[in-house]
Write a protein that binds this ligand. Structure first.
Ligand code: ATP
Ligand code: MG
Length: 407
């Protein structure tokens, strides 16, 4: 039995996945992003230092184990830390292309439920070294372009300013004072968060905690001048681009590295797990992970949630079904030739012609190529158009030219 929270992606669903991956590559590359592929396994300390010790991910969700040389390693729970590590390790500070994207599996030991798996996939982008608010607006624009390419149109964009290491300590203090007054009603996790990282309480999904959080002080009232201006500029760019958004003063992210601008794209079509994608700026992460001070920003979208929202993708059709009546080598020769024109499925099961035609229809093949001893002897094939059941006997050597006429 498969592990709890893990899922097979079966051939019947694969057309949607291919469409998702293909559309993502197309959109991201058209915006000047280049793919980066980093390992799925990294040193544990990368995530402890990157994602943050006091986050749910690091505290209780990571797949961490000792490898055979007793090194603590972790299956990546998210993509940003690995991309930052690769940026630093490969000394990419001077690369002219500083826009990256990735697509791949992530692992978090969460409680499995609809839209929440233990192995899930993300499409994400990261941009390094651009401090300007224009790039904050750019990644939102890229994100919604990706959604529209997938025909996903009903969502809302929520944004917030979560400050920086200059202004956040002051805000954390105010939050702590506020939540201390409600200590008894907080869930056990939040009681712990109160002293480790009070901002995290704003993100708690527990009903009591979120009710209390609704009246908490707003971070936007405490941010410093620099953060305030940056956020204002991001909004000006979004307004200019006519991208609608909603300000949510309680929006925080599940990872500690974010600064200034953060956003989430949500839908009410997915029930409780309504966040499709999320991201923001992380101007201190690269330095925090041992690199030279370099700003960063990115987002990640959950593939399983995108798949759920996508309308049915066109299935890639099987063009030829080779109805092989006991002439295997001849069928292989035909397969080699016609597969260059279109997807071909060759039959090696001993079936009657009638059963084969039934199967050809079932797999929605466009043509059947029927071959038996007679056809082999004359180097011919019977080509049947399954859309109207007309058929014709052709010389094998003419098959490519003839089929092209029929297509
Ligand atoms: P949430 O609040 O839903 O737990 P998060 O704050 O952990 O999300 P990120 O780590 O920023 O979110 O992940 C970005 C996106 O990846 C999410 O919006 C979601 O679409 C997807 N995602 C995150 N965790 C899972 C999961 N366990 N299963 C499926 N998709 C996920
Ligand atoms: Mg989470």
């Amino acid at each position: 039995m498969i592990l709890k929270g893990f899922k097979d992606i079966l051939p019947e669903d694969i057309d949607k996945w291919h469409k998702l991956e293909h559309s993502a590559r197309k959109v991201l590359e058209s915006f000047g992003y280049k793919e980066i592929r980093t390992p799925i396994l990294e040193k544990t300390q990368l995530f402890a230092r990157g994602v943050g010790e006091a986050t749910d991910i690091v505290e209780k969700e990571m797949y961490t184990f000792e490898d055979r040389s007793k090194e603590s390693v972790t299956l990546r729970p998210e993509g940003t830390a690995g991309v930052v590590r690769a940026f630093i390790d490969n000394n990419l500070y001077d690369t002219p292309l500083k826009r990256f994207y990735y697509i791949g599996p992530m692992f978090r030991h969460e409680r499995p439920q609809k839209g929440r798996l233990r192995q899930f996939h993300q499409i994400g982008v990261e941009v390094f070294g651009i401090e300007k608010a224009a790039v904050d607006a750019e990644i939102v624009m890229v994100n919604i372009k990706l959604l529209s390419e997938l025909n996903i149109n009903d969502y809302t964009i929520e944004i917030n300013n979560i400050g920086c290491p200059v202004c956040r300590p002051e805000f954390s203090k105010k939050l702590k004072e506020y939540f201390e007054k409600h200590y008894d009603k907080l869930c056990d996790d939040c009681k712990r968060r109160l002293y480790r990282n009070p901002l995290r309480i704003l993100d708690c999904k527990n009903k009591n905690c979120s009710a209390i959080a609704r009246n908490a002080p707003k971070i936007t009232d405490s941010v410093c001048e620099n953060c305030k201006n940056h956020y204002k500029e991001v909004k000006q760019h979004l307004d200019f681009l006519k991208i609608p958004y909603k300000e949510n003063p309680y929006l925080v992210r599940g990872l500690d590295y974010y600064t200034k601008f953060v956003f989430e794209i949500k839908t009410d079509r997915l029930g409780a797990q309504g966040t499709i994608s999320a991201g923001g700026r992380y101007d201190n992460l690269i330095e925090q992970l041992g690199g030279k001070p370099t700003s960063g920003i990115g987002f990640a979208a959950g593939c399983e949630r995108l798949i759920e929202l996508m309308p049915l993708a066109d299935t890639k059709p099987i063009v030829f079904y080779i109805a092989n009546l006991g002439v295997d080598s001849y069928a292989l020769e035909i397969l080699k030739t016609v597969s260059e024109i279109g997807a071909t499925y060759v039959e090696f099961e001993n079936k009657s012609l009638k059963a084969m035609m039934k199967k050809a229809n079932k797999i929605k093949a466009r043509f059947a190529i029927i071959v038996g001893e007679n056809e082999l002897k004359n180097r011919e094939v019977v080509l049947r158009d399954l859309s109207n059941s007309t058929q014709k006997t052709l010389k094998f050597d003419n098959i490519v030219d003839e089929v092209k006429k029929w297509l």
